[in-house]
Design a protein around this ligand. Sequence first.
Ligand SMILES: [Cu+2]
Length: 167
Amino acid sequence: MRSTLLALGASFIIGFSSVTATAQSSDVEVKDAWARATPGGAQTAAAYVTVTSPTGDRLTGASTPAAQKADIHSMSMDNGVMKMRQVDGIDLPAGQAVTLKPGGYHIMLTGLAKPLQQGQSFPLTLDFAKAGAQQVMVTVEKVGSMGPATQSGGDATGSGMTMPMHH
Ligand SMILES: [Cu+2]
């Protein structure tokens, strides 16, 4: 028992230092991380981010203290029915912003620690094949929101269409 505890402690320290190291050398840009507030006692939620890798990479996983599980899901129309399924990663073409959004790719959060409330934020760690782990803060927007409120200066819910910002 004692040796198990020691081993856990050691792996935590190693894991933590490698995260710190890769965060500094990472060349993946993650922005506009947001999620919808969950109504009532919902146990699941979806988180969305916009990711850009100048050199090309692959998003391979995610984790958060806000939920027991964080899986990458795709959503698509199948005979007029919206279907979600788990995928093992999302390719990030070099220099191209990939936006996870309602109706498409999302990070599925299962087993929420507590309901997501508008205005809160929580950390989300994204794992990349080349860039390693990168942590972002996810802002909780209102129920039914279609995009991050901070994007394009305001009404992100009006048309359901937000234009990506180019630099
Ligand atoms: Cu899903």
